[in-house]
Design a protein around this ligand. Structure first.
Ligand SMILES: [Zn+2]
Length: 110
């Protein structure tokens, strides 16, 4: 279901650097946007590139100018299925990449 690329952390990124780069929701959103649409927004319905931004309950929503489809950054991705903040996800992904195989589902839930 998720067509987006995974977020890649620089090898050896320290927790301090992680928090500096991805410590706010806005920074995480920008990284997800970059990962999802590296060449800029593309409408999932008609592949249109022109859009405007509307806000629904503080959630940045992209509205396609051509077909008016509304897409959030996280719709159709694993992030959307949870109520976790992106910051929480970034930390979880960070620990996943740092510890490779040693993260259990339990650890992620904390
Ligand atoms: Zn469209």
């Amino acid at each position: 279901m998720a067509r987006m690329n995974t977020i890649q952390f620089q090898p050896g990124l320290s927790i301090d650097e992680l928090l500096e780069r991805y410590g706010t929701e806005a920074q995480c959103e920008a990284a997800v946007e970059q990962s999802r649409w590296p060449e800029g927004f593309e409408c999932p319905r008609c592949e249109g590139k022109a859009y405007c931004v509307v806000w629904h309950d503080g959630v940045k929503t992209f509205q396609c100018n051509a077909c008016h489809q509304q897409t959030t950054l996280t719709s159709g991705t694993i992030f959307h299925a949870t109520k976790l903040s992106l910051r929480t996800w970034f930390k979880a992904m960070y620990f996943l990449t740092q510890t490779k195989n040693n993260v259990s589902a339990l650890e992620l839930k904390r």
